[in-house]
Ligand binder design. Structure first.
Ligand SMILES: *Cc1c(COP(=O)(O)O)cnc(C)c1O
Length: 426
């Protein structure tokens, strides 16, 4: 027996370090229970979750309605593969297609897979409908994008850590500055072979960058002019996170009446993941109208687990919760309070320099350089003070709690965040 007794948390971290690949650098906290906006660690300490598994848990941890749907389906039929039909998939496809106002849905499992699916769909459409010569199609993407971790997706990332030594890279992508309409216009005019424009309506991983109000609207109009598919990656921004059902909003069935200030854009291809399942089970999807989606024919694309009955049942429940509990409205309301309270603090603060975001997807910029460990240390103190958040890039901390939060809970959290930041004032 060793002399030093490890805590339960230290034990769990040690075993992960020894037997697990080191592809993440987690905050040192070991969780074993979640409910609504809260999670608990193995020592029994309770925290507000301000990451929501990168916005997968918008509906709150272990939402009873979603868990029930999962349990019920798991005891009935879990997997058929698409070699046979199952009686839940069609129901889910109809529900989600009507919910987001598209003709068709293509079911996948993870966000990266759905992005890959959208890229394949776009290329096939380019050759078979737009008439671009084979292997010549190009897709425009944005600098500082995050679309996942597959070989093709990292090929057009400019995160050096995510790319280095994973080459050779996939060709056929043109990178332009985000939120820069002139750069996009120039790219579109530089080539006759542009098939698609892949964009995050708000760049989440990059540090919650909200583009100027008319950027997406002008980009969509430009896409129409050049017969280019506007592909919105709403894996993180979708499903009520930004105070609207979709951050691109356009023609969605969001019950919210006043959407002023929101880009009213209808993507040609919509990519969803994360909260599409309420964090219960991996479910992702690509939605498009027939003119695009019908290029996909039997044998051209697939996934063993994509469209499985458990995922389909979970996704229906997860989308019902978003509507029934008015999560978009709640995110909008609480987000406004969050930014206004933090802004009041920033006026007199030397440690925080900016708060930005939409709905409950927000970031606070820490007044220190990118390489400093101040943001990380603040997150450690937030943990000690009962709130879990994580830096995105160096000096930026993202704050994205489950959308089922109450106003009283949010105000409690705002005071934890402000008190913690004060500890770091110079
Ligand atoms: C998380 C994320 C992805 C990738 O989703 P995974 O399920 O992790 O593969 C893709 N796009 C965006 C915008 C994301 O935030």
């Amino acid at each position: 027996m060793s002399v030093t007794q490890l805590t339960k948390s230290e034990e769990a971290i040690a075993v992960e370090n020894k037997y697990g690949a080191h592809n993440y650098h987690p905050l040192p906290v070991v969780l074993n229970r979640g409910e609504g906006v809260y999670v608990w660690d193995v020592e029994g300490k309770k925290y507000y979750d301000f990451l929501s598994a990168y916005s997968a848990v918008n509906q709150g941890h272990c939402h009873p309605k979603i868990v029930n749907a999962m349990n019920e389906q798991a005891q009935t039929l879990t997997l058929t593969s698409r070699a046979f039909h199952n009686d839940v998939l069609g129901k889910y496809e109809k529900y989600a297609a009507e919910y987001f106002k598209f003709d068709k849905l293509l079911p996948m499992n993870t966000g990266a897979e759905a992005v890959e699916t959208a890229l394949k769909l776009c290329r096939k459409w380019a050759y078979e409908v737009k008439g671009i010569a084979e292997n010549e199609a190009e897709i425009v993407v944005c600098e500082n994008n995050f679309h996942g971790r597959t070989t093709t997706i990292i090929s057009f990332s400019n995160d050096q850590v995510a790319r280095k030594n994973f080459g050779p890279y996939t060709k056929g992508f043109i990178k332009v500055a985000y939120d820069n309409f002139e750069a996009l216009e120039k790219a579109f005019e530089s080539s006759k072979n542009i098939a698609g424009f892949l964009v995050e309506p708000i760049q989440g991983e990059a540090g919650v960058y909200v583009p100027s109000d008319d950027y997406l609207i002008k980009a969509k109009a430009l896409c129409e002019k050049h017969n280019v598919l506007f592909i919105a990656d709403e894996v993180q921004t979708g499903i009520a996170r930004t105070g609207r059902l979709l951050a691109t909003c356009g023609n969605c069935s969001c019950p919210k009446k006043d959407c002023s200030g929101t880009p009213d854009v209808k993507p040609d291809v919509l990519i969803l993941g994360k909260a599409l399942s309420g964090g219960a089970y991996p479910v992702s999807a690509v939605l498009a109208n027939d003119a695009v989606m019908n290029v996909i024919q039997p044998g051209t694309h697939g996934s063993t687990f994509g469209g499985n009955p458990v995922g389909a049942a979970v996704a229906i429940a997860a989308l019902e919760v978003v509507k029934n509990e008015s999560l978009a409205e709640n995110a909008d309301h609480l987000g406004n309070i969050f930014r206004s309270e933090i802004n009041k603090f920033i006026e007199t603060s030397s440690i925080a320099s900016q708060v930005r975001g939409r709905g409950l997807l927000n970031a606070i910029v820490i007044n220190d350089d990118e390489e400093s460990d101040t943001a990380w240390n603040i997150c450690l103190r937030l943990r000690d003070n009962g709130l879990l958040a994580k830096p995105t890039h160096g000096n930026i901390i993202r704050f994205a709690p489950p959308l089922v939060m109450t106003e009283a809970q949010l105000l409690d959290c705002v005071s934890i965040i402000i008190e913690t930041l004060k500890e770091f004032e110079k």
